[in-house]
Design a protein around this ligand. Structure first.
Ligand SMILES: Cc1cc2nc3c(=O)[nH]c(=O)nc-3n(C[C@H](O)[C@H](O)[C@H](O)COP(=O)(O)OP(=O)(O)OC[C@H]3O[C@@H](n4cnc5c(N)ncnc54)[C@H](O)[C@@H]3O)c2cc1C
Length: 506
């Protein structure tokens, strides 16, 4: 069946060949039962629930012309601006189900990025990559595989290019090439959901020059390939998961990130989508980062909905929901949330087509979306921390509540309004703590899809300052050479659009 059932996904990752995954120094036997990783698997699974749930099945399914069948949207190649908007809407909705990052978007964006990049390469005569990649898309879609997207390298000294690094593996590189395939070494850092995936799609992390061509590589590889090691990162409050609780211990959903180490790993040639083609690395990064920045308008807005809902309920639990300052703060949180979402929708509906069948997001709107996301969740979190009261950082544990000697005190002193119990308050406090002060809402919002400076570089590159200056000079009565363009926005083309145009001309 092309659209997999959630239980088929769980069985598939349970029965992968041996994958070397480490959590806090110990090797993991089964990610589906490991207490640290199970919440991540459950969140990832929500992307497999979506095509079957009544409220999401329309959004979560799409028709693939590659295999002439319906596929899970997370493995779909966008065919229209509406497809891009459906992505943002779906992400917002799934966030409501899991209150965490569900980790499948990076692979989704990697798939679409490589579709455009290999098309651009084909237009320059490098057709093998596109042919291989289309075969790969079919392979992934037919099996409804769970993909990780791995772009961020370890990077060592940030002020040095890959070939200048003292550690030659600071960026993933080719160490050997044979007619059957390539050998790669290096590491990809902060990779979302990787332990819950079946395939890793690897891409270069920056624009490169000819001297970095060994680093200009892209490929896909099964997560359970020999020679790959995955070291899972720590998170706030993560040790609570080992306590076995059902309030404090994150019994529901969460996400994880991992460091993927490639120690001279073989990749068959049919899975290599870029090999030394440094001149396309900048385009690839631009395409991927814009896709990923657009998506944040959906998932972070959805997470914000959970956070706003928690704060709104906690206000009721302590009897302050009608206070004007509380209402005003909640309204501010709504405004911030809907702004992020609106930008994501704008990036989708104002999409650009860079080659036949290649629907890319609007790069300016996508960068704006991510820049809002880098700021607003911290504001929302501040607002909801304010409304929740100090208990957000000081509430007793569920083990105090469960201790017969203490329960009556917790019930007496932790209850606010009598409509709610102390346990209700504790549960909502923990939910708000996990969602609003977690990795997914704060740290990922700043750094995921690129740190804020990366978006400001794009604003500077895309905005046509000389055009707006000439417009202003004309109105000020100065000499002006303005030639009004038909477009409303004074934006310049991206490098990707320029490449697309130049390939058409040749
Ligand atoms: C929760 C989370 C999930 C993520 N998931 C994924 C994923 O699934 N796949 C993936 O590929 N990546 C993922 N990332 C990685 C993310 O894309 C990077 O964190 C981001 O690009 C920033 O890189 P960095 O973390 O190495 O920060 P750094 O590069 O160390 O940046 C730190 C600071 O240094 C500045 N800086 C860096 N280089 C320079 C320079 N040359 N000149 C001037 N200033 C500089 C930055 O602007 C920033 O302010 C994830 C990150 C997080 C936090």
């Amino acid at each position: 069946m092309t659209v997999r059932r959630p239980e088929e996904y769980i069985e598939a990752i349970r029965h992968r060949s041996k994958v070397e995954i480490y959590v806090m120094g110990k090797e993991v036997e089964d990610v589906t039962t490991n207490p640290f990783l199970k919440p991540s698997v459950m969140a990832f699974k929500a992307t497999y629930d979506a095509p079957w749930d009544e409220d999401t099945k329309e959004l979560a399914r799409a028709w693939s012309p590659f295999i002439n069948e319906e596929v899970n949207r997370f493995n779909h190649i966008h065919r229209s601006p509406e497809d891009l908007a459906a992505k943002v809407k779906l992400l917002r909705k799934i966030s409501h189900k899991v209150g965490a990052c569900f980790q499948r978007c990076v692979g989704f964006d990697a798939l679409n990025t490589l579709y455009i990049t290999t098309n651009l390469m084909a237009q320059k005569g490098k057709t093998d990559y596109k042919d291989r990649f289309v075969e790969y898309v079919k392979y992934v879609q037919k099996r409804d595989l769970a993909l990780a997207g791995a772009m961020t390298d370890a990077k060592g000294a940030r002020n040095l290019k890959p070939h200048e690094q003292p550690n030659k593996d600071a960026y993933v590189r080719v160490t050997d090439v044979s007619k059957d395939g390539i050998y790669v070494s290096g590491a990809k850092a902060n990779i979302t959901g990787v332990a819950a995936t079946e395939e890793i799609v690897v891409m270069p992390t920056r624009a490169m020059g000819p001297e970095d061509k060994d680093y200009a590589i892209s490929f896909s590889i099964p997560t359970d390939t020999e020679g790959i090691k995955i070291i899972i990162g720590r998170q706030l409050n993560d040790a609570r998961r080992f306590e076995g609780g059902e309030i404090d211990g994150l019994p529901y959903y969460y996400n994880h990130e991992g460091l993927i180490v490639f120690d001279n790993v073989f990749v068959p040639m049919e899975r290599v989508f870029m090999l030394g083609d440094w001149e396309f690395s900048g385009n690839l990064v631009e395409i991927f980062s814009s896709y990923h920045r657009q998506g944040y308008g959906g998932c972070k807005a959805g997470l914000a909905d959970v956070i706003i809902g928690s704060a709104s309920n906690l206000a009721k639990q302590i009897g302050v929901e009608k206070a004007p300052h509380v209402q005003d703060k909640l309204n501010e949180a709504v405004f911030l949330t809907e702004t992020m979402y609106s930008a994501g929708i704008a990036a989708s509906l104002n999409a650009v087509q860079v080659c036949p069948g290649c629907w890319w997001v609007n790069p300016m709107h996508a960068n704006v979306t991510k820049h809002l996301v880098a700021r607003f969740p911290y504001e929302i979190s501040k607002i909801t921390t304010d409304i929740a009261g100090g208990a957000l950082g000081t509430a007793p544990s569920e083990w105090d509540l469960k201790n017969p000697k203490l329960r009556k005190y917790i019930e007496k002193f932790f209850q606010g309004m009598t409509d709610y119990t102390a346990e209700d308050r504790l549960r909502m406090i923990r939910l708000l703590e996990n969602t609003s002060i977690g990795v997914a809402f704060l740290i990922e919002s700043v750094h995921g899809a690129g740190s804020p400076a990366a978006q400001r570089i794009m604003f500077n590159r895309l905005y046509n300052f000389s055009y707006s200056e000439e417009v202003a000079k004309r109105l000020a009565g100065m000499r002006s050479s303005v030639k009004f363009s038909e477009k409303a926005e004074p934006w310049r083309e991206t490098d990707t659009e320029k490449t697309a145009k130049s390939t058409k001309k040749e």
